[in-house]
Design a protein around this ligand. Structure first.
Ligand SMILES: Cc1cc2nc3c(=O)[nH]c(=O)nc-3n(C[C@H](O)[C@H](O)[C@H](O)COP(=O)(O)O)c2cc1C
Length: 371
């Protein structure tokens, strides 16, 4: 008889992170599927999509990115939104379905900024290609009124998430979208208090965190997703040294963030190998900020995110999740988020916990359109 090396792992034991009590340490990563109806209200099939992943054992479900307004935050009406009473009512049903399975539900609040149909950003620039591949319009530089409008949209969405019983909120601050575009000196060329030094580039994302924290009070956990890379430049390095990264993660902690979601393409990669040959970016975030962290990237998949995005048709091969689960075991990260392998395997937790990771299905793109 073979022993199950996965059964007693810390990853599958209950844990408490501040106000968040979880049945294990496995999280569903936010994943846009573009399957929402035009009105942006989660349908019965979207509710079931999340319910099935909760029933499969996932402790924490982070929703696909949800647009916080239909003014400048969105790139199409196929992505669900978090803007109106009717949409909140739909998300309430998702949260209730997930709760019934004993899991926690967190909406990801998303402003797409430079990629919007009517794009806004820190500076005038050429927008990245749109979702249909067409050249994007010119990005409009945000005015004082835009700062107010975007802040109000975040605050409204956050308060709504709290009122419908979500367990936390995730602010999407990664991948080159609005908040991240302020951090990056490649997209932020402002010469006012929002551009130039790192301190200035952090100012707007931090103002959003502070406004949301003020609006929801001190108890609701706030998660912030951040990354070195952005969707139109996988090689971008926003924080070349641990010192700069420390400034950022500590500022997020001070502004009211409780959990950092560190978005990397391979969670196990060392982040600053000259300083430490092994420590991952999520590990650095934890060490520098003393906040709990979620790590993510390339669990149970042989295809890197950049290859998946570049339409490479190489077939996926399921890989052993032990290297990623070991990061939880050693205490380097608190939670592990899983993306593509969860699309393919709603019952990921059950399978891996019972030692049967080889029975997982490989991910392929067509699965995104099936529920
Ligand atoms: C189809 C797809 C949609 C995604 N949508 C989002 C999103 O809405 N918000 C976000 O922060 N990340 C998004 N991501 C990134 C994932 O959350 C995750 O970080 C990434 O897929 C790496 O994890 P994995 O290797 O386990 O798939 C998306 C990734 C994929 C593959």
């Amino acid at each position: 008889m073979t022993t199950n090396r996965y059964r007693d792992l810390r990853a599958f034991k209950p844990c408490t992170l501040g106000a968040l009590s979880l049945k294990n340490r496995i999280t569903m990563a936010p994943m846009t599927r573009r399957m929402a109806p035009k009105d942006g209200i989660p349908t019965e099939s979207i509710i079931n999509y999340y319910r099935r992943r909760a029933a499969g054992g996932t402790a924490l479900i982070i929703s696909e990115g949800t647009f916080i307004d239909s003014k400048h935050a969105h790139d199409s009406f196929s992505v669900p939104r978090f803007e109106t009473e009717a949409q909140w009512e739909g998300w309430k049903k998702v949260a209730e379905a997930v709760h019934k399975e004993g899991s926690a539900f967190v909406p990801q609040l998303w402003h797409i900024g430079r990629r919007a149909i009517d794009p806004i950003g820190p500076s005038i620039s050429q927008a990245p290609p749109q979702i249909d591949g067409r050249i994007g319009p010119i990005v409009r530089k945000m005015t004082a009124e835009d700062f107010v409008q975007v802040t109000e949209s975040y605050v409204t969405a956050a308060k709504a998430a709290q009122s419908i019983g979500c367990d936390a909120i995730e602010i999407h601050g990664a991948h080159g979208y609005l908040l991240d575009s302020f951090l990056s000196s490649a997209t932020n060329h402002r010469t006012d208090q929002y551009g130039g030094t790192l301190e200035n580039r952090m100012r707007f994302p931090l103002a959003i965190v502070q406004a949301v924290r003020k609006a929801v009070g001190s108890k609701l956990p706030l998660i912030f997703r951040t990354s070195q890379w952005r969707a139109d430049d996988f090689e971008e390095v926003k924080f070349p040294t641990p010192a700069e990264f420390k400034t950022w993660v500590n500022a997020l902690a001070k502004a009211g963030i409780n959990i950092l979601h560190i978005s990397t393409r391979r969670v196990t990669d060392p982040a600053f190998p000259l300083d430490d040959p092994h420590l991952t970016l999520a590990g650095w975030a934890r060490k520098l900020s003393h906040l709990p962290v979620i790590g993510v990237g390339s669990t149970c998949t042989s295809i890197t995110l950049e290859n998946y995005k570049s339409n490479n048709n190489e077939p996926d091969r399921v890989t052993d999740p032990m290297p990623q689960l070991s990061l939880i075991e050693s205490g380097e990260i608190d939670l592990l988020a899983i993306g593509r392998s969860f699309i393919a395997n709603p019952d990921w937790v059950k399978k891996v916990h019972s030692g049967k990771w080889q029975a997982l299905k490989p991910f392929h793109k067509e699965m995104l359109s099936t529920l």
